[in-house]
Design a protein around this ligand. Sequence first.
Ligand code: IMP
Length: 433
Amino acid sequence: MANVTVIGAQWGDEGKGKLVDWLSNRADVVVRFQGGHNAGHTLVVGDQVYKLSLLPSGVVQGKLSVIGNGVVVDPWHLLEEIAKIGAQGITITPDLLVLADNACLILPLHRDLDQAREAAATNKIGTTGRGIGPAYEDKVGRRAIRVADLADREALEAKIDRLLAHHAPLRRGLGLPEADGAALLAELERMAPLILPFAKPAWLLLGELVKSGKRVLFEGAQGALLDVDHGTYPYVTSSNTVAGQAAAGSGLGPKGPGYVLGIVKAYTTRVGEGPFPTELTDEVGQHLGTIGKEFGTVTGRSRRCGWFDAALVRQSVALNGISGIALTKLDVLDGLATLQICTGYRLKTAEGGDQDFSYLPAGLKAQSQLSPVYEEMEGWSETTQGARSWRDLPANAVKYVRRIEELIGAPVALLSTSPQRDDTILMRDPFQD
Ligand code: IMP
């Protein structure tokens, strides 16, 4: 298969950045297709740590990188990230970065709305506060400003008026000051010459590249359980995060995504609010958080931690058409005497009986009330950190990985044993499979 799509198979933060960096070596083009700068992708190359949230991870390898139409783009943030990565020695030119000219923009008024709503809400989503949700709302509401509009002052002015007319009552209701349309227009005009050199019909370029035999790596952000349709709604992000979105969010069509590699952490984490059946609030949860350095790249928030949820990942395998998984952070489990794997859920019925589920039911009440059904496994005392071959792994770690494969119904294609690029065990090459 020529193309590979990498997606997070849990609630995000599975370690996609490292795997995308590793795979982009084998690809010609790297494409982001959804989300925005709510993503946090950490790449460790030698003694350099790169933290990206909007730029595709391919830039670090000098690979042509595309921000697709499915992404919502904060142009101020884009320029900041270009400058930041430039200071680390990577110069982003229009030869390296392409921005879809039909992508929608995130504006300061989206961030205002995101933050003010979260501050006012009794049932908070726990968003990253970066304006992602409100920007997608304006996209679907057909009043968003798109990258191409930056080249057309007249269109821009009219669109700003329309946008502000929509936002004025929302802002008033939240006690926000009126947005300044003239200042926004001036800012966008100032930025236009900095942004427009990157703007192209990305769908056309990608189509041509694929026709000429180039290999595309699609880089998903967040995770499948944060998908606006398939996730733990409403505690989700505002985009489709599943692999199918790689087609719509890039314009490459349904054959585009190719091999789907699900990135799966050897335990489970979640940032923000929402149901989390295997969450551990005891010292094991704290241990996972400390050893796994579970703090958000974007917001610095502590991530909630819990046991591996095979039922959840099995669902993700189906939703994404996962061909194989990359299992990450196995070493965080080193030294735990016993491990639990969730194989399904049990819910108390109104009649006092039990109802079993092999998947996460859609109802929020059910999601928050069900209890996980666990299977216990023996842990291992040896270290798996930095292992570069299957033979380096303790027998119980191998058993754990094999059991995960059985329960989720997908093979492990890659095993990542540290944040370092080279500490990766390859079982199957997704680009060859
Ligand atoms: P939003 O994407 O900022 O609207 O946030 C919605 C939900 O998605 C919140 O629970 C966030 O914590 C979560 N979220 C957004 N981006 C990421 C990510 O990159 N990793 C993990 N969780 C994320």
